[in-house]
Design a protein around this ligand. Structure first.
Ligand code: RIB
Length: 330
């Protein structure tokens, strides 16, 4: 394998000079640059990316943390990040944390030593200290989607509480009299905001109490199990807001097993707007998040921070949209 030393010897310069030419670090005369580049081409030398990152602390690589890879929401989000990253010549390390603190810490520690140029983090298990440490190591970070508003760094998410209000108000407007909620995980900030958005709309009704809310985990199976639980608790339920589309898809099976006609006897609204939600029978009304756009914006913001490390941070809460389909068209 051709090494940087082979190039230096043939070009008649030092290894440091070859390194400066490779990393575009000035101080070499145009004649030297030309000579070194000719020798690199002649020998077919390929700079060692890890070695280069050790010198320049740049690897043209960013890391994207996601809390799971089994929900279609996250690949769509990653697509937005990746398309922008590749347009700037950056590669992506995809890190699936399973929303586990240990995995998160291991990734953060190992990436710090690999000189990634920046990190986009979608996770509940992030702390202010994690972000401060990345910042002090000169690694910009942007939080995305599942973010906590108390940190000072750049973040991009959507109006989760407003989206839940839109969903619940729609069910009220079409005539639903008893509306239940299938919540996402208790420790998930996005799920908690959606729970409050639902409660904003039903808290004044005399029928409402905590038993109209069932605790899911954003999975299809939890949607199925939670809907059965709500049917058992409240057979008169005639509307349900599921805090994500996968749980809305799962509850369709429970409605079928309980002999409830959707939408006439049970109207349904989900949240996310993943592609799959339009292919169920019936297609599911949902609160669409600008998923791809969020990923795109997060990567553009990370590029800005990498270019201008001392610039101000931004906080963005994007709008969501009620998409009406058959599951709530009475
Ligand atoms: O469906 C997965 C959910 O987790 C989405 O609603 C998204 O906001 C993420 O937080």
């Amino acid at each position: 394998m051709v090494t940087i030393r082979d190039v230096a010897t043939k070009a008649g310069v030092s290894v440091a000079t070859v390194s400066r030419v490779i990393n575009n670090k000035g101080q070499a005369t145009p004649e030297t640059v030309t000579k070194v580049l000719e020798v690199i081409k002649e020998l077919g030398y390929k700079p060692n990316v890890v070695a280069r990152s050790l010198t320049s602390r740049k690897s043209n690589t960013i890391a994207l943390f996601v809390p799971t890879i089994s929900n279609p929401f996250f690949p769509e989000l990653a697509r937005g990040v990746e398309d922008v990253a590749h347009s700037y010549g950056f590669n992506i390390f995809l890190c699936n944390t399973d929303d586990e603190r240990t995995k998160m810490k291991n990734y953060l520690d190992s990436l710090r030593d690999r000189y990634v140029d920046g990190i986009i983090i979608n996770s509940l298990n992030l702390t202010n200290k994690d972000l401060e440490q990345l910042h002090s190591h000169g690694i910009p970070a942007v939080t995305l989607d599942r973010t906590f508003s108390t940190h000072k760094f750049s973040s991009i998410t959507v109006k989760h509480r407003l989206g839940a209000q839109l969903a619940t108000k729609h069910l009220i407007d079409i005539g639903c009299k008893r509306i239940g909620l299938i919540r996402g995980p208790e420790d998930d900030s996005t799920a908690v905001q959606r729970m409050w958005g639902y409660r904003d709309c039903v808290k004044e009704y005399d029928w409402f109490d905590q038993t109209w809310m069932a605790l899911g985990d954003f999975s299809v199976k939890s949607g199925y199990l939670c809907m059965k639980e709500l049917f058992q608790r409240h057979p008169d339920i005639d509307g349900v807001f599921a805090s994500n589309d996968l749980m809305a898809i799962g509850l369709l099976k429970a409605a079928y097993e309980w002999g409830r006609k959707v939408p006439d006897e049970l109207s349904i609204v989900g949240f996310d707007g993943i592609d799959m939600s339009q292919y169920t029978i019936p297609p599911i009304s949902t609160i669409r998040q600008p998923i791809y756009e969020m990923g795109r914006m997060a990567m553009e913001e990370l590029m800005r921070l990498m270019r201008e490390p001392s610039s101000n941070f931004i906080k963005k809460e994007l709008d969501v949209e009620l998409i009406l389909r058959e599951s709530s068209m009475r």
